[in-house]
Design a protein around this ligand. Structure first.
Ligand code: ZN
Length: 232
């Protein structure tokens, strides 16, 4: 894994620096697609909680407020959140939404360094029925993935790459081909995502551990457990 140090730094805006204590053997708790059911979940202990988007069902600010309150009740020292296609408020009212998401670091095409590990988060996914953070396949998505820096240790996107834990109910691989290329370029240690409710799981391929952490199944029932991953 990437080396650790004691800095905690958000890439944008510049200058936001907080010093935290150093701890080895960090434990990640990864979840996605909770769709408002977060209070029904048993959240395991860990150091860094990651939510890979779709904490809302409808995308209202009231849902964001409730999720933020829930995050504030959790003991994890660091919480990193990105948006998904259901988190409409973060696209339509970005300033207001970000100002209310006070209990996590929100990443939207940006990095944060936590204990020397660079996390990069991005909400975009291929167009589907006019939801939030939709973009056409091809150039538009490629331009977003081109922003992912080479030093990314843990990549968080809402959608999966093509061909990896991205099967729909009818067996179609719906992940993004351009994201697959970006992951090959960046070679993160972990790529966490959700979005495809039918493809929860963990897969190691090449240098990367892929985690589809969808809590909800295809019927929007919160039947899966958060994924715990111990960094060594
Ligand atoms: Zn979802």
């Amino acid at each position: 894994m990437p080396r650790r140090c004691s800095s905690f730094r958000l890439s944008s805006p510049p200058g936001a620096v907080t010093i935290i204590s150093v701890k080895t053997n960090l434990r990640l708790v990864i979840l996605a697609d909770t769709h408002g059911f977060h209070r029904q979940l048993a959240i395991p202990d860990g150091d860094i909680l990651i939510h890979a988007g779709d904490f809302c069902l409808h995308g209202d600010l009231s849902e964001l407020d409730d999720f933020n309150d829930f995050l504030g009740s959790l003991p994890h020292r660091h919480k990193i959140v990105i948006a998904g296609n259901h988190d409409l408020c973060l696209e339509r009212q970005p300033g207001e939404s970000r100002s209310r998401l006070t209990n996590a670091v929100y990443l939207q095409d940006q990095s944060v360094s936590v204990e020397g590990i660079t996390f990069y988060g991005s909400p975009w996914q291929p167009e589907f029925q006019g939801w939030a953070f939709n973009l056409p396949r091809g150039k538009a998505l490629r331009e977003k993935w081109d922003l992912i820096p080479e030093d990314t240790g843990i990549l968080i996107t809402h959608g999966p790459p093509h061909g990896i834990l991205d099967s729909t109910m009818v067996g179609q691989n719906a992940g993004d081909e351009e994201l697959t290329r970006a992951v090959r370029r960046v070679k993160p240690s972990i790529h966490a995502f959700g979005h495809m409710h039918e493809s929860y799981g963990i897969l190691k391929k090449g240098p990367t551990i892929f985690v589809n952490a969808c809590i909800c199944d295809a019927m929007y029932q919160p039947v899966r457990k958060p994924v715990v991953w111990q960094l060594k």
